[in-house]
Design a protein. Structure first.
Length: 112
């Protein structure tokens, strides 16, 4: 059995939107503001690791109501001040908290 490569870019933004019960245009807005991991390809694909960051960005924007500059600062802090293990542990903790929120709750918040 082969292990999954969490860094391989294979998932389109539309599938990520479906996983997060978010709108594609919302995620594209995050992308336009530079909040998502940078992808230079024409057909942008994301990795499992990218999905963790994207879901964290979505949580900060839609639930915590943090603006784009605040989110950029938080992501920069994660990338520059945490080693890979601590960042992974932190994002796993955030993921557990996100699982407690249902999709409809986040969608309702998005539409406000």
């Amino acid at each position: 059995m082969a292990l999954l490569d969490n860094t391989k870019d294979v998932i389109p933004l539309s599938s990520i939107a479906e996983l997060l019960t978010a709108k594609v245009r919302t995620l594209k807005m995050y992308e336009d503001k530079g909040l998502l991991p940078f992808k230079s390809e024409i057909k942008k694909l994301y990795s499992i690791n990218d999905i963790k960051i994207i879901s964290f960005v979505h949580y900060l924007a839609s639930v915590k109501k943090i603006n784009a500059n605040g989110i950029k600062y938080i992501i920069e802090m994660l990338e520059n001040n945490m080693d890979e293990k601590n960042r992974t542990d932190f994002l796993s903790l955030v993921e557990q908290k996100l699982e407690k929120l249902s999709g409809p709750e986040i969608t309702d918040i998005e539409s406000m």
